[in-house]
Design a binder for this molecule. Structure first.
Ligand code: ADP
Ligand code: MG
Length: 334
C-alpha cells in the first residue's frame, strides 16, 4: 500500500473511532418500538443511559401487564380479584384503584372500570359484533363501581359477576411507572408512547399531534406545544366497526352499555399524571364537552375536545399552544 493510502486509512479509522466514542459517551440515544399491553409502545430516549433505560421500559410494560393490570393474564392481580371476588392488592395497585374509584365518583359514574363483562360482549379487540340486547342488559346489571369496596388494600366485589377492566387507565399507569424509571436514569429527554398515551419528559417544549379521526396513524389535525407532561387521547376511531351503516366503538356509556354517541370523536387530556390523563380522557369523552371540561378542571388538567362536525373545543388550553394543521377543522366559538 502506498504511504498516502496508509495515512488516509489511519485517519479514517481514527475519525470513526472518535465518532463512536463521542456517540457512546455524549450523544447516547435509543429508539425502540415493541408490542405490549395490547398496543404498540415506542420510546425515543436521549442521554447517557438510553439503551439501558429502553430495556427497562420494555420490562416495566411487560411486567405491569402480566403481573398486575391485565384481566386476561392468569398471573395478574386483577385476574385474581376477578376470579375470586376479592383480594389483597399490592400497595401500588391499591393506590391506583383508590385514585380510579375517585374518578368514577367525580365523573358521576361516566368513568366505570367494572364494564369488563359488557366490553366482552362487544368483543372489540377480536371479533367485534353488536350484542344481543338482553345479554347486554344482564352484563350491565352486574357492572357498576359501587360494587367494589376498597378497604386499605383489600378489594372486594359484592357481585361475583362484575369484571374489573383497567383498559381505560392501564396505559397511563404504565407511563407513570416509566417516568419513575426515566427519573432514576441519566436520560435527559424522553418521548414514550403507549398506545394513545404519551409521556413527554425533559426540560423543553414538546410538540404532539392530535390524531386525525378520519385518517390512519401518523396523520394529525392539530399540533399542541406542551412542557413535560402526559398526554392521552381517547377516540371513537380506535377499536371500532361498522354494521348496517352504523359505527360502533369501544368507549361505552355505563348507563346503556352502548358506545357513547354524543357528537365527539376524540378527547385529549394533558396532565402531570399518566393515570389521570388516561382515565380522564375516557371520562371526558363519556361526559361530553361541558361536564367533561368541569371534571378536567377539577383535577387541574387541560383538555381538547374534537367533534364529529370538526369543531375544536379547548378547556384550559390557550390558543397560543395549539395550531390547527388541517383546515377543515376550526375552533368553536366558546
Ligand atoms: P384506549 O384503550 O384506546 O387508550 P381509552 O383509554 O379511552 O382508549 O379506554 C377505552 C377502554 O376502556 C375500552 O376498550 C374498555 O376496555 C374500557 N372502557 C370503555 N368504556 C369505559 C368507561 N365508560 N369507563 C371506563 N372504562 C371504559
Ligand atoms: Mg383512557
Amino acid at each position: 500500500m502506498k504511504k498516502a493510502a496508509v495515512i488516509i486509512a489511519v485517519i479514517s479509522a481514527a475519525v470513526a473511532a472518535a465518532l463512536l466514542i463521542y456517540d457512546g459517551v455524549f450523544m447516547k440515544t435509543a429508539n425502540v418500538g415493541f408490542f405490549a399491553m395490547n398496543t404498540y409502545v415506542s420510546a425515543e430516549l436521549k442521554g447517557a443511559d438510553s439503551q439501558k433505560c429502553a430495556q427497562k421500559i420494555s420490562d416495566i410494560t411487560a411486567r405491569l401487564d402480566t403481573e398486575v393490570l391485565s384481566r386476561t393474564s392468569e398471573n395478574s392481580e386483577i385476574h385474581s380479584v376477578n376470579q375470586n371476588g376479592s383480594g389483597v392488592l399490592g400497595s401500588e395497585l391499591g393506590g391506583w384503584i383508590a385514585e380510579l374509584l375517585q374518578v368514577c365518583k367525580k365523573s358521576g359514574g361516566a368513568f366505570d372500570f367494572t364494564l369488563g363483562g359488557v366490553s366482552d360482549l362487544w368483543s372489540f379487540g377480536s371479533n367485534p359484533r353488536v350484542p344481543d340486547g338482553q345479554a347486554l342488559a344482564d352484563a350491565l346489571s352486574h357492572s357498576g363501581y359501587e360494587k367494589l369496596t376498597l378497604s386499605g388494600n383489600n378489594l372486594t366485589l359484592s357481585d361475583r359477576a362484575a369484571v374489573i377492566d383497567l383498559g381505560a387507565a392501564g396505559k397511563g399507569i404504565a407511563l407513570d411507572k416509566i417516568k419513575e424509571a426515566v427519573e432514576k436514569s441519566r436520560v435527559s429527554h424522553a418521548v414514550v408512547s403507549v398506545g394513545g398515551s404519551v409521556l413527554l419528559y425533559g426540560d423543553k417544549t414538546f410538540t404532539v399531534g392530535i390524531r386525525d379521526p378520519e385518517g390512519g396513524a401518523g396523520r394529525y389535525i392539530a399540533k399542541l406545544s406542551v412542557e413535560q407532561s402526559c398526554v392521552s387521547t381517547s377516540g371513537s376511531y380506535e377499536q371500532s366497526f361498522e354494521k348496517d351503516g352504523r359505527k360502533y366503538h369501544h368507549i361505552l356509556d355505563p348507563e346503556t352499555g352502548y358506545p357513547v354517541d354524543n357528537g365527539l370523536v376524540s378527547v385529549t387530556v394533558i396532565s402531570e399524571s399518566g393515570l389521570l390523563s388516561d382515565a380522564l380522557s375516557t371520562a371526558c369523552y363519556v361526559l361530553g364537552i361541558e361536564r367533561g371540561s368541569k371534571l378536567a378542571a377539577e383535577y387541574g388538567c387541560r383538555a381538547v375536545f374534537i367533534t364529529q362536525d370538526k369543531k375544536i373545543y379547548l378547556s384550559g388550553v390557550s390558543r397560543d399552544v395549539i395550531e390547527i394543521t388541517d383546515n377543515s377543522y376550526t375552533f368553536a366559538e366558546q
